[in-house]
Design a protein around this ligand. Structure first.
Ligand SMILES: Nc1nc2c(c(=O)[nH]1)N[C@H]1C(S)=C(S)[C@@H](COP(=O)(O)O)O[C@H]1N2
Ligand SMILES: [Mo]
Length: 320
């Protein structure tokens, strides 16, 4: 095996469960070279596989939502070749190379748990549940890179409303597909697969939280989380699970994959906050892909006006 299992932080950093004082040092070295690594990644040509799969995409137009930012978008080519999708490898260029083995049809999403109307949706049915919108969102990875991308989808609240949460429902858990036949990296226990993420119910019901089927006016490529993913723009990217097969409403707080792997480094909330450092690096600034400059990171990734009230009275250092 050529590659060391990695932390959420890409490159060849160790598995979070394996982090020791020695590996922290190695990790730091990798992290410090990350801007360089990104530059190399973006210089990679879009390989033939990505071009082939791009040709198979369907148009997925959506009316531009007023929730969109008017900042300059990150080019599509960067969005589909610099990815985190550990099921297909831990280097940012791995998903573009490897994710073509994901079979995105047929696809079903099970919606269950604390709801009055549990239901298994075929992807086409889910796609037609509510009008599609284009949402241009800022995305901020915990690794300090960021993008501005035009996602296509509708507010997750549209789905949640229709399945009728019970009075007990307090959280929403999202589970990614975990099929070793399709996902080569599952054989390496980087995380306790499947990849599980979760939100508090009020976060999941917030209009910004997107059930996402497309990017740049087309269906998603596998590396972006086809055929359906979550996008939560005020949180670090790891909260936005890809290639979702199950949505479960629960009464108690679910254990999420990264929190299970390393609770000291990855809290349940994952809210973007320049004042709360990751234990191993600052979160104060970010590298905007497709732009040379480093930007100051904003509280809640710039969405404070919309979401700060969800956390009124909470100590954001404690609930990170
Ligand atoms: N299933 C799954 N979902 C995932 C990940 C992953 O490894 N597996 N990585 C997360 C992280 S860390 C980030 S930053 C975003 C990246 O999304 P993008 O590649 O579309 O930019 O996906 C998130 N969703
Ligand atoms: Mo990330």
């Amino acid at each position: 095996m050529a590659r060391t299992p990695s932390s959420p932080l890409g490159s060849s950093t160790p598995a979070p469960s394996e982090i020791t004082p020695e590996t922290v040092f190695q990790d730091r070295r990798h992290f410090l070279s990350m801007t360089g690594a990104l530059a190399i990644d973006s210089a990679l040509p879009l390989d033939a596989l990505a071009q082939d799969s791009a040709a198979s995409l369907r148009a997925l137009p959506g009316k531009v939502s007023p929730l969109s930012t008017d900042e300059k978008k990150t080019p599509w080519e960067d969005a589909i070749r610099i990815n985190n999708f550990y099921e297909f490898g831990t280097y940012k260029s791995d998903p573009a190379r490897n994710a073509h083995t994901l079979r995105t049809a047929p696809w079903q999403v099970v919606v269950e748990g604390e709801i009055h109307k549990p239901k298994t949706f075929d992807i086409d049915e889910l796609l037609k549940l509510a009008p599609l919108e284009e949402r241009v969102y800022r995305m901020r990875c915990v690794e300090c890179w960021s993008m501005v991308l035009p996602w296509v989808g509708y507010s997750l609240s549209e789905l949640l409303r229709r399945v009728e949460p019970t009075g007990n429902a307090k959280y929403v858990e999202f589970t990614t597909l975990a099929d070793p036949q399709q996902m080569p990296e599952l054989k390496n226990k980087i995380l306790d697969w499947p990849y599980v993420e979760a939100l508090r119910l009020d976060e999941a019901q917030h209009p910004l939280t997107l059930l996402c089927f497309g990017l740049y006016g087309k269906t998603l490529l596998p590396q972006s989380g086809a055929p359906v993913r979550i996008v939560v723009p005020w949180k670090y990217g790891f909260k936005s699970g890809k290639s979702i097969v199950k949505i479960r409403l629960t009464e108690t707080m679910p254990t999420t994959s990264w929190t299970r792997a390393n609770p000291r480094e990855y809290g349940f909330y994952g809210n973007v906050n320049p004042q709360v450092s990751h234990p191993r690096w600052s979160q104060a600034t970010e590298q905007r892909l497709g732009k040379g400059e480093r930007l100051d990171t904003l509280l809640f990734n710039g969405y404070a006006d919309q979401v700060a009230s969800l956390y009124a009275g909470m100590d954001l250092k404690k609930f990170f």
